[in-house]
Design a binder for this molecule. Structure first.
Ligand code: FAD
Ligand code: SF4
Length: 510
């Protein structure tokens, strides 16, 4: 009996049980599809990295003796919908069974369910064998509890998986070392040279262009710096453990004009495409830590584990609990359009110039750039969350809806009214100046609130609090901010609001 099995572009799990034995009667279908390149405009590096990783994966499976049917973006079949493609291949090989791995995106999950309903053969869905948790584990964990606090989920995960836990107690005496993750980087400690790659993807770029796929963003000399094979991914993980882990936690929130990556792992693409599993990443990090315990403080390691075991799994749980309505939430009624400079990086605001410019050049910005520079600005300028989401989903190498939307619409834009974050992540220029050196080289002054050269973030911040205060009146965590607003001199507040209005109405001129 012949079987058709589908492998989606973000299901490149080399260790999946599907691949433990070969079978002549199983055909694996992999496809570069217009359906996927076109549902949102993507960064050119993101499309190239996914295609390169998929092609490598297909080649490796093939070398191991599996049968692969691979559709390239230039093939006519790439224009077919997923349903049409599956039907065609089922008919071609006279398959009696169709199998797939559960997609991580709601859109594809629904599509595949409906495709299966329309097939006249037996169908079966498998897990991806990637995450620590099942889709609905978070929902079960929070059943009956008032708030979906990440911290309680994270502690449960530490205990359940025995990660840095002895007798149910956290190693180092604390569950969370977040307080020590807040150093500013000022030239020291030295940042090791990045583990990048110079992969010639000119052929893939040619094919993307030939197929007429519209992309944006830059790629330097047609070279891709992202890991696109299992061995590349393992080498990035190795580099992280050996060179970066030692300072990861300390400088997690730091920003610098000369250092785009600081001590960040840049493992998100490797994990989100499933070339690496979170368990092997965590196991490797822990092994390295225990072997080098005298040289690495627990806060560096805990900071990293919290992101992968905590935030990453938690966001996935929120996604499956809250979709599809989550994608429409706009709790703060924000409605302004995205400024043009999001697509060019051309603005006088130095922090945004760097964070957006880097996103366009590298398809990457680290967490604090995404949250406290770009996201902060988008929220303060009250941009419609649909437009913010679309930009984030397109621009980042690691952007897949389950982890993009929960971070963007939820954590960053507070459009979910507080499901993910207990208060909106907004700040004036003060925070940006505290965590980086952007303000030093800016045409605006971070200390000035009004008048020529005043940093737009300052007026925008007070205006946001004032315009949205009704939404926050019952939020205890906003109490201090609202008290300060209350005490603000009326004339000063009016002047701040006037300046904020100028920014809101003409963002590209600032
Ligand atoms: P590191 O700083 O080295 O962190 C290690 C790993 O922890 C990451 O690789 C990632 O897998 C995980 N992680 C860290 N923070 C988070 C988080 N908040 N949620 C989930 N996992 C996390 N991450 C994505 O993978 N895809 C996205 O589309 C995405 N969009 C984001 C949008 C916004 C507005 C914000 C604020 C954050 C977003 N993040 C997203 C989370 C985080 O910024 C990235 O995971 C991280 O920057 C990737 O770089 P890194 O691998 O160097 O991470
Ligand atoms: Fe950004 Fe304002 Fe600082 Fe300039 S002064 S870098 S605009 S926060």
């Amino acid at each position: 009996m012949k079987k058709l099995r589908l492998i989606l572009g973000d299901q490149l799990n080399h260790n999946h049980s599907w691949f433990t034995t070969t079978n002549d009667k199983i055909i694996y279908l992999m496809a570069e599809m217009r359906q996927e390149t076109d549902y949102v405009k993507h960064h050119v590096q993101k499309v190239a990295a996914f295609f390169a990783a998929m092609r490598n994966f297909a080649e490796e499976l093939s070398e191991k003796g599996h049968n692969i049917a691979y559709i390239k973006i230039t093939d006519d079949d790439a224009k077919k919908s997923l349903g049409e493609l599956i039907k065609k291949h089922v008919a071609e090989i006279e398959a009696k069974k169709f199998e797939y791995q559960l997609p991580d995106e709601y859109r594809l999950d629904e599509q595949l369910k409906s495709i299966c309903d329309g097939l006249e053969i037996e169908t079966k869905a498998f897990g991806t064998e990637h995450f620590y948790t099942t889709r609905d584990e978070l929902e079960a964990f929070f059943k009956g509890k008032k708030q979906l606090l990440m911290e309680s989920f994270y502690r449960m995960m530490r205990k359940k998986h025995g990660i840095m836990v002895t007798n149910d107690q956290p190693e180092g005496g604390k569950w969370n070392f977040d307080q020590s993750n807040r150093k500013k980087w000022a030239g020291e400690p030295e940042i090791p040279h990045e583990r990048g790659f110079r992969k010639d993807v000119s052929q893939i770029l040619k094919e993307i262009e030939e197929a007429g796929v519209t992309t944006f963003g830059n790629i330097s000399a047609e070279n891709l710096s992202w890991p696109t094979s299992r061995s590349d991914c393992l080498s990035v993980l190795n580099h992280f453990c050996k060179e970066l882990l030692v300072h990861f936690g300390d400088y997690q929130d730091a920003m610098h004009t000369e250092e785009k990556f600081l001590f960040h792992s840049r493992l998100s693409f490797a994990m989100n495409s499933k070339m690496l599993s979170p368990k092997e990443v965590i196991d490797k990090v822990l092994d390295y830590y225990y072997e080098n315990k005298n040289n690495i403080h627990i806060s560096q390691v805990e900071g990293f584990i919290r992101q992968v075991l905590g935030w990453r799994e938690y966001m996935r749980g929120v996604y499956w609990k809250e979709m599809p309505q989550y994608a429409k939430l706009n709790e703060l009624d924000n409605h302004y359009p995205l400024p043009d400079f999001f697509w060019t990086g051309k603005t006088k605001m130095n922090c945004l110039k760097h964070a957006i410019g880097q996103s366009l050049d590298e398809a990457y910005a680290h967490h604090i750039q995404r949250l406290m520079v770009i996201g902060n600005y988008a929220l303060l300028t009250q941009i419609h969350p649909d437009q913010v989401d679309e930009w984030y989903l397109g621009v980042y190498i690691d952007a897949i809806e389950w982890v993009e939307i929960t971070n963007t619409r939820g954590m960053s834009q507070f459009a979910d009214g507080g499901i993910v974050a207990t208060k909106p992540y907004v700040s004036s220029a003060n925070y940006i100046n505290k965590m980086g050196n952007y303000c030093k080289e800016c045409s605006y002054s971070h200390t000035k609130k009004l008048g020529e050269g005043a940093c737009p973030f300052n007026a925008l911040y007070w205006n946001f609090l004032d315009e949205k205060k009704e939404h926050f009146k019952n939020n205890q965590r906003m109490g201090m901010m609202l008290n300060l607003l209350e005490k603000k001199d009326t004339e000063e507040l009016q002047a701040l609001k006037k300046r904020a209005r100028q920014v809101l109405e003409n963002p590209d001129s600032f």
